[in-house]
Design a protein around this ligand. Structure first.
Ligand code: NAI
Length: 214
């Protein structure tokens, strides 16, 4: 049974937001924070903050609130970002190259240690801003994943290719997938998948803007 099997998904997602906010507060020199201050910064109620954090233990002290560095450590431990996660990226196109160049991932403990593609014209080429990574043939995934101790797969291929790439990743030993292709993946039960479909966020904002106009 996973440690946090009973924690609702929205709570886990808010924990990431709390962590980001706490890191910003810590950088700004703040040592303690109340559930109200944390909630206000993120647009959630103090009751929600307390309820979310109570899933993981007793962190706060009445009258004092939460100690920011302690809560950061705890949130990182719960989210697993206190360790380095090694990831393989499949698809070295426009999005893939942007992800490789994005330093924010490594700062959060996610290190892209292999980049794979099927396009012969880019295989073997070094990637800019990648600490010397070169594109590997996607067919080498079954050897690369165990050799480089990779646990997370990142999919940045066109939508019709995403499912075969996901299948290949799982066969190779990848344990969880972040999917940027706008398509729902079929994976065995229990395999963690996070889908990042930018269009959905645009749709949500467009809907709300349209509502404002009415
Ligand atoms: P792209 O066409 O620039 O790059 C795709 C890369 O995937 C190419 O290098 C291609 O050779 C490789 N590829 C295709 N099939 C493959 C396979 N079976 N195995 C290994 N490599 C394979 O496309 P782009 O723009 O980078 O988009 C990639 C995915 O990300 C798409 O699904 C797109 O909808 C999504 N996306 C793109 C965004 C962007 O800003 N470019 C933003 C959000 C999502």
């Amino acid at each position: 049974m996973p440690r946090y099997a009973n924690v609702p998904g929205p709570t886990i997602r808010r924990l990431s937001l709390y962590l980001r906010q706490l890191e910003a507060m810590w950088s700004a020199g703040r040592d303690t924070v109340s559930s109200k201050q944390l909630g206000d910064a993120l647009g959630v109620t103090d009751a929600q903050v307390r309820k979310d954090l109570a899933y993981f233990g007793q962190f706060g002290r009445p009258g004092i609130g939460y100690r920011v560095p302690h809560l950061i450590d705890q949130a990182r431990m719960i989210l697993g970002t206190d360790q380095t996660w090694r990831a393989a990226l499949v698809g070295a196109g426009n999005l893939g190259r942007a992800l490789i160049a994005y330093r924010g991932l490594a700062r959060k403990g996610f290190k892209i240690v292999a980049v794979l593609d099927r396009d012969a014209s880019i295989i073997g080429r070094p990637l800019p801003d990648s600490d010397g990574l070169a594109v590997l043939p996607v067919s080498t995934l079954p050897e690369v994943v165990p050799a480089k101790n990779i646990r997370i797969g990142i999919i940045a291929v066109p939508a019709p290719e995403a499912q075969p790439v996901a299948d290949l990743m799982l066969q190779a030993g990848v344990q969880g997938i972040v999917n940027f292709a706008p398509v729902a993946l079929n994976v065995p039960p229990g395999v963690p998948v996070s889908a990042i479909d930018l269009a959905i966020h645009f749709e949500q904002v467009a809907f709300q803007v349209a509502e404002l106009a009415d």
